[in-house]
Design a protein around this ligand. Structure first.
Ligand SMILES: Cc1cc2nc3c(=O)[nH]c(=O)nc-3n(C[C@H](O)[C@H](O)[C@H](O)COP(=O)(O)OP(=O)(O)OC[C@H]3O[C@@H](n4cnc5c(N)ncnc54)[C@H](O)[C@@H]3O)c2cc1C
Length: 405
């Protein structure tokens, strides 16, 4: 790329904003286009806004110089232009798709009105608007049902409970955050929610959303049991937002396929963040989005050797509350296969739990709940994938040495 080429970035989430900022620092300004009304913000902290701990301003991201509000509706690859919903057409030399994810809205009866909108009282949990809508509706005593017990559902249930709502969390599978946590850690998350007054139902499938006069009144389970609901949060996962790329004829599988230069099947178009699929992997997490943005900034600013080769990503959930802080971190494989070694330390009274899984002298995963003092050292040992000393002593040291914290 030459220095006077125009870089246009679609999406003002974590990935897009980081890329524009890094490019600015490297002397290659970019135009950033985003459809959300609000100043760019850190989506990871939305639950803290919902819990009433942070104001929206606190989670704002430093605004890049050239920011344009609006939705991009199409890409003309021959002309190298993008079309916006307001009718404007913008030329690019390099285009970057950082369009993120959409919430998954499962096929529940009654989930959509005739106008294909969510009924009043039903919210997704993805954007600042979702968060402000929920925040406005939640009051002490409000009956809230959270559908989904993954990272998002757990964060939403906890935030609503801290605001005084009577919360029921319905999780289809047998435990909470099953993608990240082993059964013991998952049990501690459940206990934490229960202590806050959240009623947790696992192996519980929601079938219907019942409305009266366009507003939600109850939620019905597959076994016919009905729960009264003034508020429903749909937290059933996300899928990458690939519509623009698909219509433009780019190679899209689950996400927009990119190579180590974060290039799509069109060499003038790149993709980063939740919408991108690199080496078969869709991350859907903040750290890979930021690392992809950094690598692409280097490339677009003229370093031909810069590459993105994947992220070994740690999931970290910090749920701070005045009386009930709750921290957890999970990485790699948290459940052992036959033949693996497992070191596990649990303290039921303090609600802490630490476990690592070792395979062929290598740390392959771990989970920490309640006490995260050792997380940095463990994550480094995992990322480095170096063989561990064979006597097990240093491993136990890694698990127990909290660095003084
Ligand atoms: C409540 C919540 C909590 C989370 N907690 C964690 C966590 O603890 N740890 C973690 O690692 N991850 C977490 N995540 C996931 C993390 O937020 C995402 O991985 C990250 O935001 C991805 O960044 P992104 O820039 O790729 O996408 P996004 O942040 O989704 O940004 C994409 C932006 O592009 C805009 N856009 C899309 N299409 C267009 C278009 N056609 N025209 C204009 N603009 C467009 C969208 O409106 C959006 O603003 C959480 C997510 C949520 C919702």
């Amino acid at each position: 790329m030459t220095s006077n080429e125009r870089v246009v970035v679609i999406g003002t989430g974590l990935a897009g904003v980081r890329l524009a900022r890094r490019l600015g620092e490297l002397g290659t300004p970019a135009l950033l286009i985003g459809e959300e009304e609000h100043r760019p913000y850190n989506r990871v902290l939305l639950a803290e806004v919902l819990a009433g701990r942070y104001s929206p301003e606190v989670i704002a991201l430093p605004a890049p110089a050239e920011l344009r509000r609006g939705r991009v509706t199409g890409i003309d690859r021959d002309e190298r232009t993008v079309a916006c919903a307001d009718g404007s057409v913008i030329a690019y030399d390099r285009l970057v798709l950082a369009t993120g994810s959409n919430p998954v809205l499962p096929p529940l009866r009654g989930l959509f009105t005739e106008d294909h909108e969510l009924p009043a009282g039903v919210h997704a949990f993805r954007t600042m608007d979702d968060c402000l809508g929920l925040s406005k509706a939640v009051r002490p005593g409000v009956k809230a049902v959270v559908v989904g017990g993954g990272l998002l559902g757990v964060s939403a249930a906890r935030a609503l409970a801290l605001r005084g709502a009577q919360v029921v969390l319905a999780q289809q599978s047998e435990r909470l955050m099953e993608r990240q946590l082993d059964p013991a850690a998952s049990g501690l998350v459940r206990r934490h929610l229960t202590d806050l007054g959240v009623e947790v139902h696992t192996e519980c499938r929601v079938r219907d959303v019942r409305c009266v006069g366009g507003a939600v009144r109850s939620v019905e389970m597959a076994d016919g049991y009905a729960l009264d609901a003034d508020l429903v949060v749909v937290a059933c996962g996300v899928h990458p937002r690939v519509g623009l790329a698909q219509t433009a004829g780019l190679d899209v599988r689950k996400g927009i396929v990119v190579d180590d230069e974060l290039r799509t099947s069109d060499p003038y178009i790149h993709a980063i963040g939740d919408c991108a699929q690199h080496d078969g992997v869709l991350y859907g997490l903040a750290t890979p989005a930021l690392e992809q943005a950094d690598a692409l900034a280097e490339l677009l600013a003229g370093d031909p050797t810069a590459r993105y080769t994947g992220t070994r990503s740690l999931t970290r959930l910090t749920l701070t509350g005045q009386d009930s802080p709750f921290d957890l971190a999970a990485f790699g494989e948290t459940e052992a296969l036959p033949g693996d070694d497992v070191v596990q330390l649990a303290d039921a009274t303090r609600g802490t739990y630490r476990k690592v899984v070792v395979r062929d002298d290598r740390l392959v995963g771990g989970v920490l709940v309640g006490e995260l003092g050792t997380v940095g050292a463990l994550a480094r040992a995992w990322e480095g994938a170096e063989p561990l000393p064979s006597d097990g002593g240093p491993l136990l040291h890694l698990l127990t040495n909290d660095g003084g914290s």
